[in-house]
Design a protein around this ligand. Sequence first.
Ligand code: MIC
Ligand code: SF4
Length: 636
Amino acid sequence: MPKTLAYKIIDSHLLKGDLKPGSELCLKINQTLTQDSTGTMVYLQLEALDVDHLATDLSVAYIDHNILQAGFENADDHAFIQSAAEKYGLIFSKPGGGICHQVHLERFGKPGTTLIGSDSHTPTAGGLGALTIGAGGLDVAIGMAKGFYFLTLPKVYQIYLTGSLKKNCNAKDVILTILQKLSVKGGVGYIMEYTGPGVETLSVPDRATICNMGAELGATTSIFPSDHVTRDFLRAHHREEDFKELSADPDAVYDQRLDLDLSTIEPMVAKPHSPDAVVPVKEITHLPIDQVAIGSCTNSSYADLMAVAKILKGHRVHPDVSLVISPGSANVLKMLAENGALATMISSGARILESACGPCIGMGQAPKSKGISLRTFNRNFKGRSGTKDAEIYLVSPETAASSALAGYLKVPEDIEVEPVDSFDHVDDYFIFPKENGRKDLVMGPNIKPFPLNKALEESFCKKVLLKVKDNVTTDDIVPSHAGLLPYRSNVPHLARYSFSTLVDDFYDRAKREGGGIILAGENYGQGSSREHAALVPLYLEVKAVVAKSFARIHRSNLINSGILPLTFSDPASYLLADEGDTLFLDQIPEGLEKGELVIVNKTKDLSFSVNFSGSSREKAILLAGGNLNYSKTLEV
Ligand code: MIC
Ligand code: SF4
């Protein structure tokens, strides 16, 4: 039977299950990555799993998110993760080494392998022909401990590329165009697989940019074939031995198809506050801007930043604009320093930041009140920049740099960057595992134990604490910015800010009512993989979230925490309960088994049915009160 590339890799890593869309599989995992804002929880959970060695071929712990050290908290977390890396035999990438996805692409991603990471943009390395999936922290801890990962087999969406990009376009304009066509829900339940003659016109970093923002489509992952372009990239990074040619069978059958002629694409921009609010730049050109931020795991490669340097060369940033640039890796920064591009950026008046996530996660550079900021990043959710009333627009590095000079949103001129056939190889930020690692973990006072659930109850009667609309993000559930990120290892502190982008008093409501239920619309929990968006509700005794639909990673995180993710059997039932209503759920274990439960709304004196459409493993996890206890004894 002819196969898609995604299914070929899945098939070669299958430990359990069948290649049937919608069925649950167990996959062998070759690599894992973590970053620091989710990593503290991952290593606390790994410790709780009580293992003495890792089951993966390679695992890397990156420090790239919580970089500002305004107090001891972030530094404590870094020291903790470093000690865990040493204890368990992981590669540790020190702060300054770069953004996990960019560094992983340059140094470790391998065609044909599987990678899970505690970050939703882990699919970036799909640009190398690897199957790379963002997962909740506990799933990554289990991946390291046991070498497997459970996945509901997605369908495969073929994106058939023809033509080649115009000289003023970037791969960012491709994925923005796809987001415009398909929306932030368009990839839900799919792997996006890129095929067609247009593929070979895109470099590996271009492909990585496209795969990176597949996360914004809601896709499980995105993947490109591994071809001569991949070989050249790996050779330039001095690891040609990692190359393996891979593609779909010519007559592979896909579940959906989108045709895209790259030569018709033009510079695009995502308007506030969603990555799919996309229009061509030319439609809103002359929008005055206050800030331009270039970098992030989407657009911080050497080629992206060289294009920026070329545009800036000999010009000065507009007096009313603050231009900040964060190179994706120490490697990229060193090359820019050596070839003079860094000097060009400085001469234009740019502010150069550390190689890290930086402003993308609100770690500094919050715009001014009502500020308009153009960013080469992947998310523009309200408040994520650190300024609640700021307006964030997502663009390519070329559009960003041209606009920084003009002072307003501008269609960039044509630009060409010469390819590089040999990249630097900066090893100085890695600490490689030693034979006899340390035995203890370094835990500062900011590291608090994570909450654990109890076995599932027979029934409960709880109030609706909050009712929200469609597309609520994990940035809403647990906001992240420079003030809160230092508390990622301190769930009780984070809990105080839960849902604060939407309401002022969620914490008080939850404390007053002794927990409760959340009602939601479509795509609840889109965005970041942060499992804090489940751990905080667990800490606040949220028992169930009833939604029209869930985003994949957040749904798994809820199950891992023992919180019921239920869907309305009839979406219209969303109207049958309101904030403050008392809901009664009875015979819950039986209902889970059947896949259907009845909710009695005692306040309104009516009832409606909800579904749980999980696997038997997921039901067992919920019954056990979460995945940690369930997994301790599990072998495949
Ligand atoms: C993000 O871009 O939202 C993050 C920060 O990288 C998250 C992880 C986190 O919340 O720590 C992600 O995308 O998973
Ligand atoms: Fe970091 Fe931003 Fe990428 Fe998340 S999206 S990993 S915060 S650069």
